[in-house]
Design a protein around this ligand. Structure first.
Ligand code: BES
Ligand code: MN
Ligand code: ZN
Length: 491
C-alpha cells in the first residue's frame, strides 16, 4: 500500500472512496463540501440528516455516489468536538476510515481531515500511523486469509502537500510496531531465544546497527547468575542481545532501551496453574519485542542520539535442571537473591541486564517488561505502569507517551515496601506480598541500578488487546515502540 500526499483539490479528487472528517455538531457542509454536495444533488446533506449523523467521534456514514462518477463513495467520519481534537483522534479516525473503506472494497482512498493545531507534519504522521496500523493483518499462521476484500492500494492525504517526509517517518515507525506485534503474536515454538537473536541480526544488517550477542559462556564470565538461573531449564541457549545504533555525528545523548525477553513463561517449578493464562505466556517477550521494534524504527529514522537496545532473552521452563524454589542466585553486581518464587523470573533476567547496561555509562535507560499481573490489576488492560525515582525521565516519558497516544501512568516507588523483599538468608527475595506486587517488582529492579538515570515500564496490560479497538487489532499491540521513538528524539 502506498500512502502519499495529493495536491489535488477536494473537488477534483478522483478515486474509489473519499473520507471526510467532520467535527461534532458542525456537520453542515460548508465551502468545498457545500459545492461537492451540490454537485451530487444534495445527497450528502440528505443522508447526514436522515442518519442523524452528528459527528460524534468514530461514527461514520457511508454514501454511495455511483460507479461512473469520479468518486464511488464518500465516507463522513466524526471527529468529536473541535476543542477536544488530539493527534490520537486523527490516528483513530484514520484507522476507522481505513477499515471501513477496506470492507467496502476500496482500492484508492482519499482522506480529508483538518490539520491539528497548525501541525501538518504531525497530522500527516498520525493519519498514516492510524490507517497503516489498522490495515495490518497477521496472516502468517493461516493457510488462507479470511479477509477476502482487496487491499487498499493507495491512500491520498489531501491538503497535506509537502508532508511526504512525515509519511515516510510514520511508515518507519509502523514497520517497528509491526515487527513488535509479529514477535509477540508468534507462539513460543516460532519465536525462541535463537530466533530473537536472528531478528536482532537482521535489524543490524538491514539498518546498519552494531550487534553483540553474549552467549552463555560470556554471561557466565560476567557473573550473570540471576539471568542464567532462569535460563538453565530451557533447551534453548540463552541469548543476551546488545544492538547499538550510532549516529554519523557526535551523539546529543546516549540512551538505552532494555526489554524483558521471556519467549515463554511457564512459571518454572512454581508452575502457572489453572486460570493463570499460561497459554498466553508467549507474550512475555513483549518488552524485548518493543526494544527490537524501536531499533528497527530508529535504524531508519537515524536521529543524532546513540541508542543501545538490550535484552537478556531466554524462556522460563521446567526440567531436572530447573531452579528449585528457594535457590539462591548471585547477580552480576554481587547481590544474592533467594528465589522464593520461580514465576517471578522477569526481574531476575532484568537484574543482570540492568547491571550490564548501567556499566555502559549512558545518560539514561528505560526498561519495558511484561513484569506483573499486579500492574494489570492496578491499571487495567490499556495502561502501562511507569516506575522511576527520577522526575526528569518520568516527565520525558510522559510527554513521549502523550504524543504517541500510548497510555502510561506513574506509580509510586514506596521504599517502605522493600521490607517485603527482605530475606533471612540472602540479600533479598525475588517476591514479596501479593498486594503492591508491581511496586515491589520495581523496587527489586532498582537494586541493580547504581549510576544511570532509569525508568521501568510495566507493560503486562497493554502488550495485548482482547479485541479490536482504534488502530489496534485483537492481539499483539506493539505497545511501547512509538513512545520509545518519541523519547529518543526528544531533547
Ligand atoms: N510474565 C508474568 C507477568 C504477567 C502476568 C504478564 C499476566 C502478562 C500477563 C510474570 O513473570 C509473573 O509471572 N509474575 C508473577 C509475579 C508473582 C509470582 C510475584 C505474577 O504477576 O503473578
Ligand atoms: Mn512469571
Ligand atoms: Zn514472566
Amino acid at each position: 500500500m502506498i500512502t502519499r500526499t495529493s495536491d489535488t483539490e477536494l473537488l477534483n479528487w478522483t478515486g474509489d472512496t473519499l473520507g471526510i472528517g467532520l467535527f461534532e455538531d458542525a456537520v453542515e457542509l460548508k465551502d468545498d463540501l457545500a459545492t461537492l454536495n451540490q454537485k451530487y444533488g444534495g445527497v450528502f446533506s440528505e443522508v447526514i440528516a436522515e442518519e442523524e449523523f452528528t459527528g460524534k467521534a468514530n461514527t461514520t456514514v457511508a454514501i454511495r455516489v455511483g460507479a461512473n462518477s469520479p468518486i464511488r463513495k464518500v465516507i463522513f467520519i466524526g471527529l468529536g468536538k473541535v476543542d477536544t481534537l488530539k493527534l490520537e483522534t486523527l490516528r483513530i479516525a484514520g484507522a476507522t476510515l481505513a477499515r471501513t473503506a477496506k470492507k467496502q472494497k476500496t482500492k484508492t482512498l482519499g482522506i480529508s481531515f483538518p490539520i491539528y493545531n497548525n501541525q501538518p507534519a504531525a497530522t500527516a504522521q498520525a493519519i498514516t500511523e492510524g490507517a497503516q496500523l489498522a490495515l495490518y493483518q497477521d496472516i502468517r499462521f493461516k493457510s488462507e486469509p479470511e479477509d477476502k476484500n482487496p487491499s487498499i492500494e493507495t491512500i491520498d492525504l489531501l491538503n497535506l502537500s509537502g508532508q511526504q517526509p512525515a509519511i515516510t517517518r510514520a511508515e518507519q515507525i509502523v514497520s517497528g510496531v509491526i515487527l513488535a506485534r509479529e514477535l509477540v503474536a508468534a507462539p513460543a515454538n516460532a519465536v525462541t531465544p535463537i530466533t530473537m537473536a536472528q531478528t536482532a541480526q537482521a535489524i543490524a544488517q538491514e539498518h546498519g546497527l552494531e550487534l553483540k550477542i553474549l552467549e552463555q559462556e560470556d554471561c557466565e564470565k560476567l557473573g550473570m547468575g540471576a539471568y542464567l538461573g532462569v535460563a538453565q531449564a530451557s533447551d534453548f541457549p540463552p541469548k543476551f542481545i546488545h544492538l547499538i545504533y550510532k549516529p554519523a555525528t557526535t551523539p546529543k545523548r546516549k540512551l538505552a532501551i532494555i526489554g524483558k525477553g521471556l519467549t515463554f513463561d511457564s512459571g518454572g517449578l512454581n508452575i502457572k496453574g489453572a486460570g493463570s493464562g499460561i497459554e498466553t505466556m508467549k507474550i512475555d517477550m513483549g518488552g524485548a519485542a518493543a526494544t527490537l521494534g524501536a531499533a528497527k524504527a530508529i535504524g531508519q529514522i537515524k536521529p543524532d542520539v546513540e541508542v543501545h537496545f538490550i535484552s537478556a532473552v531466554t524462556e522460563n521452563m521446567i526440567s531436572g535442571k530447573a531452579m528449585h524454589p528457594g535457590d539462591i542466585l548471585t547477580a552480576s553486581n554481587g547481590k544474592t537473591i533467594e528465589v522464593n518464587n520461580t514465576d517471578a523470573e522477569g526481574r531476575l533476567t532484568l537484574a543482570d541486564a540492568l547491571v550490564y547496561t548501567d556499566q555502559l555509562g549512558l545518560d539514561a535507560m528505560v526498561d519495558l517488561a511484561t513484569l506483573t499481573g499486579a500492574c494489570v490489576v492496578a491499571l487495567g488492560d490499556d495502561i502501562a505502569g511507569l516506575f522511576t525515582p527520577n522526575d526528569n525521565i518520568a516527565s520525558q516519558l510522559q510527554t513521549a507517551a502523550e504524543s504517541s497516544g500510548e497510555k502510561i501512568w506513574r506509580m509510586p516507588m514506596e521504599e517502605k515496601y522493600f521490607e517485603g523483599l527482605k530475606s533471612g538468608i540472602a540479600d533479598m527475595k525475588n517476591t514479596g506480598p501479593r498486594y503492591g506486587g508491581s511496586i515491589t517488582a520495581a523496587l527489586f529492579l532498582k537494586q541493580f541500578v547504581k549510576m544511570t538515570p532509569w525508568a521501568h515500564l510495566d507493560i503486562a496490560g497493554p502488550v495485548w488487546a482482547d479485541k479490536e479497538s482504534g488502530y489496534n487489532s485483537a492481539g499483539a499491540t506493539g505497545f511501547g515502540v512509538r513512545t520509545l521513538v518519541n523519547w529518543v528524539e526528544s531533547d
